[in-house]
Design a protein around this ligand. Sequence first.
Ligand SMILES: Nc1ncnc2c1ncn2[C@@H]1O[C@H](COP(=O)(O)OP(=O)(O)OP(=O)(O)O)[C@@H](O)[C@H]1O
Ligand SMILES: [Mg+2]
Length: 538
Amino acid sequence: MRCLSCGSENEAGRKFCGECGNALARPCPTCGTLNSPPVKFCGECGTALEGADQAAATAVPPAAETPERSSAAERRLVSVLFADLVGFTTLSEARDPEDVRDLLTRYFETARTLIARYGGTVEKFIGDAVMAVWGAPVANEDDAERAVRTALDLVRSVTELGAEVGAPDLRARAGILTGEAAVTIGAQGQGMVAGDMVNTASRIQSAAEPGSVFVGESTKRATEAAVGYEDAGPHELKGKAEPVQLWRALRITAGAGGSLKTGGLEAPFVGRDREMRMVKELFHASSDEGKAHLVSVVGLAGIGKSRFAWEFYKYFDGLPQDTWYQRGRCLAYGDGVTYSALAEMVRMRARIAEGEDQASATAKLTVSLEEHIPDPEERRWVEPRLAHLLGLEEGGARSRDDLFAAWRLFFERLAETGPTVMIFEDMQWADAALLDFIEYLLEWSRGHPLFVLTLARPELLDRRPFRRMPCRSCWRDSCPVCPRSSGPRSSSGRRACPCTPWRPFACCSTGGCWRKRGACTGRPKPSRPWRSRTLCTR
Ligand SMILES: Nc1ncnc2c1ncn2[C@@H]1O[C@H](COP(=O)(O)OP(=O)(O)OP(=O)(O)O)[C@@H](O)[C@H]1O
Ligand SMILES: [Mg+2]
């Protein structure tokens, strides 16, 4: 039996194609005519096809939903994404069908996860192509941007997937168009949107080079605040009388809607794909499971720690879920620097400017607490302690335990309404008391989606082995994180790490795999209720 989607031959009696997973055409039990899914009645004789409902539900592989058509349709502004695999047919010819099916399944899963993560809806899968829609059934002002972010992530993920499964030439390409389409109200999945722009979006995808994302003029205009583009020139598209101007999406240049965009030109971010993927996954794990998580990035000056954090910000800010983002820098010298990074975070949350006068700062703090802590009694307790942190409280010594408890409560209340990211920069200058607070927060608030990212030069590890965990990949190559690795000793008694700029972050390990290897200290750490990772830049 031949699959109508990918053309592969399948054994008689199979319901789904072994090559692409699509439902196979079924012969009519009365007249034997082949009917392709999702029809419920034979097109030749009208006989009801056995198991029609079930087949229809699975006719579109794995993600798309059964269309629930309703007669009501309306015009809406939507963004339509088409993506497909390039070189997949050649690849499938040379491979075991089971491997091809596994690869396709992983591709479908990746596409579905990314589309859902950015709030889109899978319209349908057709062979190795996917069509997704933003703006229907629910419309958001940044629909076009979400579609482009999804496409960029999807194209990158497919390249990574290909490298992982030994198909380095595997690429995806994507096309996006924003415009008015007829949306069937109440429909989900296939048949949800229709109109000329849907066909044009599909043609744009066909025009895209392997590994690239092409968009039409309208999408470019709606997203250029946050996405960098390059002119891809006018293209003749089938069915279009005039050539259509297309744009190649290059990268994300800011947070959602252009937030925090830097003025100057930014060099492309290179060489940290693996680490970024890992941090993104850990962030999603933290937010999905509602658990605190620490990622500590350690690397030499100028190696790219702050840039890495910026790229991470641009990522999570573009997701539909609201994330509370706080960033603070530790200072090398000055008065009152003990908790300066933490104070900067609270000021950021309360929108208090650096050096703002006391009365206005106090008022803003009150407003912010009203927003984030619903219980008035808790508010009354937390407010003076946060004011103390910001230097707004007159006199009065307070115990550390008392202060830590109040500060922690503030971040917990935030995390109860959305994932909370805290980025501590320049941790090599962190006061011991701040390190204590971070550990205290992670320990006590472990049941909250707090994602703590610390950036430090290796000196920090000399001062305090902050959750030191030797890496899987480089402890044998000698690394400052791993005191027993081979190589010459530094003046501090550690083994030197042959640091080469632009080599990827080398280290990542969990307590679990560290213990399994029995590396380094030989003394297993007690298991941590919260999870941590160390990324060591080399
Ligand atoms: N992966 C990268 N791709 C492209 N440019 C990068 C990358 N990483 C860093 N850079 C660039 O290198 C410069 C220094 O990076 P960055 O400020 O992030 O270093 P750092 O590790 O935070 O240093 P410090 O320890 O002094 O804070 C920046 O201009 C940054 O944009
Ligand atoms: Mg930095």
